[in-house]
Structures are given as C-alpha cells and as structure tokens.
Design a protein around this ligand. Structure first.
Ligand code: 5GP
Length: 197
C-alpha cells in the first residue's frame, strides 16, 4: 500500500480522489459537511481530532474525536496525523490512516480543514483538489461569525482575524465555491468529487 513516507500518495494518482474543503471560519463549511453526511452517507468524510471542547450536541467520534493535549501530542509524535494546525487556541488534525486506506482503495475522500492544513496537504499530496468555500460577502461572514452565539467575544475576534487572512488565500486554491446556498455547494462539491447524485 502506501510507503511510510507517503510517496505513493504524493506521486501517484491516488491523491486525485482527495478533496479538501477549506475557507474562513464561519463560512459554513461544517453546515455543508453536515448536509453531505445527511443526504449522502456514501461519501466518506474524515473525522478530525481536536483539543477543543465539544459544543452542545457534538458527539465524540462523529463531528470530531475529542482528545486532551497529551493525546494530541502523542498522535503528532507517532506520525499519526496527515496534517494538523493550531486554530484559535486549539489544535486540529486529520488522522492519517483512514484517509490513506480509502485512497488506496480508490475511494473518494473529503477533508474539511483550515487553511494551514490545506497548505500542508498541497505540499504532501499535490494531486489533491483544494476547494475554497467563500462567503457571499465580508458582511455576511461577520454576521455568521458573531451570530453563532457559542463563542466568547475574544474567540470571535480571533476568528475574524483568521478569516481576514484566510480570505486572501483564495488564489492558492484550485476551485472556489461561493456559499450562497448549501444545496448548491453540496451539489457542486459532489460533481467535483465525481460522486453520483
Ligand atoms: P471548529 O472549532 O469551528 O469546529 O473548527 C475550527 C476550524 O478548524 C475550522 O476552520 C475547521 O475547518 C478547522 N479544522 C477542523 N478539523 C481540522 C483538521 O483536522 N485539520 C485542520 N488543519 N483544520 C481543521
């Protein structure tokens, strides 16, 4: 299967089935992903590991694997993460093995990760397709980020700062989808992933 350094994934055609969905916090990535989960359970979505606490309604193993700092350190040290990044004071990472196993079987894989993670995937798997989810406008993004009501003001401020930087990264991506309608974005994403609808 995959060489320990991931070279088959890096140089082979396997990574072409890897789609990375990224974009500023609050743009609606997780809503898009939730809709894919609901309407297209046949699409395999990577479940990330995070050190952040679960939000109300989040279930361990479904939206995320919730781990403590020591657990995250261990995964990094053992090379178990395909990519990882620190975001707004917490760490997030993609477990390597389930992704590599599915790609090796030729199955489509979708990652929903932040910009730093998308850049790491670009470096380690250049054949992956990077999709940027853009807000209809900056004002709409601010409205969504402040309207969620689940985060304290300092966290929202940090997320807005990150969003400003992330919006400027659009040009690094292969495709931009503007999130005017969740249904439209899901449809376009599945077309890109060549998933039958
Ligand atoms: P949230 O805390 O709102 O669920 O996620 C915060 C940010 O972390 C989002 O931009 C989300 O895309 C990103 N994220 C989630 N999982 C991962 C991951 O495994 N790796 C990276 N690099 N970012 C992630």
């Amino acid at each position: 299967m995959t060489a320990p350094d991931g070279s088959q994934l890096k140089h082979g055609r396997l990574a072409r089935r890897l789609t990375v969905l990224s974009g500023p916090s609050g743009v609606g990535k997780s809503t898009v992903v939730a809709e894919i989960r609901r309407a297209h359970p046949e699409v395999w979505l990577s479940v990330s590991v995070t050190t952040r606490s679960p939000r109300p309604g989040e279930i361990d193993g479904l939206q995320y694997h919730f781990v403590d700092d020591a657990g995250f350190d261990r995964l990094v040290a053992e090379g178990e993460l395909l990519e990882w990044a620190e975001f707004a004071g917490n760490r997030y990472g993609t477990p390597r093995r389930p992704v590599e196993e599915r790609l090796a079987r030729g199955e489509a894989v979708l990652l929903e990760i932040d910009l730093q993670g998308a850049r790491q995937v670009r470096r380690t798997m250049p054949a992956a397709r990077l999709v940027f989810l853009a807000p209809p406008s900056w004002d709409e993004l601010v409205r969504r980020l402040t309207g969620r009501g689940t985060e304290p003001p300092d966290v929202i401020e940090r997320r807005l700062a990150a969003a400003r930087v992330e919006l400027a990264a659009e040009k690094e991506f292969d495709v931009t989808l503007v999130n005017t309608s969740v249904q439209d974005v899901v449809h376009e994403l599945l077309v890109l992933m060549a998933v039958r609808q």
